[in-house]
Design a protein around this ligand. Structure first.
Ligand SMILES: [Zn+2]
Ligand SMILES: [Zn+2]
Ligand SMILES: [Zn+2]
Length: 94
């Protein structure tokens, strides 16, 4: 999936439409990128698990790459609920 990001990269203030205020792995709000990224945006999008918890894409990638199979929030088996960032962006603006 390809999302055009050129148009809104210059927008100073925006927010993801995510009910959780922050990523429980790095404890940073989703308006900020994860600690390994410098700029917020589609490259560091929040992702939702099937148990409806939210994490930075990079945070949860790192978490699962260490052999963790459970959601760090509720310990349910972790599976990504697939939502396109384009949809998230649209709902964030609505
Ligand atoms: Zn994070
Ligand atoms: Zn990141
Ligand atoms: Zn969970």
């Amino acid at each position: 999936m390809k999302v055009k990001i050129e148009k809104w990269l210059g927008v100073a203030r925006w927010a993801w439409d995510v009910p959780d205020p922050q990523c429980v792995i790095c404890l940073l709000p989703f308006e900020s990128p994860c600690p390994t990224c410098k700029n917020p945006g589609d490259d560091c999008a929040p992702i939702e698990s099937e148990c409806s918890h939210h994490f930075h894409l990079h945070c949860i990638s790192h978490w699962t790459s260490e052999g963790n199979e459970k959601c760090p929030c509720c310990r349910a088996v972790f599976r990504i609920k697939v939502i396109s960032s384009e949809q998230q962006f649209r709902s964030a603006r609505a």
